[in-house]
Design a protein. Sequence first.
Length: 362
Amino acid sequence: MVPYIHNCGIPLKSLTKLGTMETDNNNEDYFLVVGDEQRDQSRLCLLRVEQLLVDDSVKTHSLFETKLDGSLHNVEALNSCGLFGGIMEENRWKNQHRQALALHIYKVSLNEEEPKFSTQNLKTSIPLDRTMDTSWHYVRLVADRSSPQIAAVSSDKLLLFHYEKESTESFPLSPQDSCYWKPCGDWQPDNTGNHLMIGRGQSVQLWDVRSQDTRTDLVVFPSFGQILVVRYFPLRQHFLVGGFSSGKVVVWDIRSPSQPVVSWTAHHHAIFDIKSNGSHERLVASCGTDSLVHIWDMEELFSKEQPHSTTCVPCTSFEYHSDTIYALEWGTLNEFMMTSVGYDGKFIAATIPSFVRRSLFT
């Protein structure tokens, strides 16, 4: 099936799914993409992707495009109703002495026929300068859609913000040697908001919010490189999948943290995003600097009883980007649709071919 390609004309580095809507004739997902403009400005674009039920085709509408002063990065949806957050670094042309770092939370009304975006959409701004003492390049925003809290992680600090209570807590993290890449993390999908997995350098740790301490350290072998992305499987909450600077994908069972369940080389270079399909968790998508999106079938790997390293072949791949791919999102109402954004400025919506779906599920 021919993919839908929306060319924004600027490098795109953030993608998040803001919400969904069902109608009689089609299904709609709303995606927000964010890219870099010149002079430290950012451009936001809200796209409505329609999955036509008649022929399984895809149509996309650009609902708005707007510019913001400052660099907005690491955008994450906070719920399914248009609330999202991002790390904002103030425009350096207005602040010659020091760049101001803040957590911004915005709200977009998805139920409007033509949603608008202005400065009034900014609901909350939390200064991060004194807390993090670094640039956005080394801060990761981790949203928990099951509770009203957000984590901001740097190489040696953790900030938790509760946006309903408007309360903030800051905790020190044990320093990690040779942490050259941005940290990563994911909330355990158990709807409690108590456990946060944090990846920094060659460390992957389970952080307990209640005890304010590390509960579990997962084994990371030096050959893996540095951890760049870590995700829980939504329906298999003891399992995690991570992507590394070496191009390796690693799966752990946190009940047996001393050994990965499986690892394999998935990409030629660094992996920037991994997403498990919310409806079919055996399907996992990965992307990175080699401009490829791979879809992996994890069913056989999960059936192995002993930890092992292996060579895997993706069940399908998308080769529509021409540069680094930074972010992925699965469709909600069409669980076989994969969207991606990259440095080439393209937002791409592609569907797993029907013959691949038949081979997997028949």
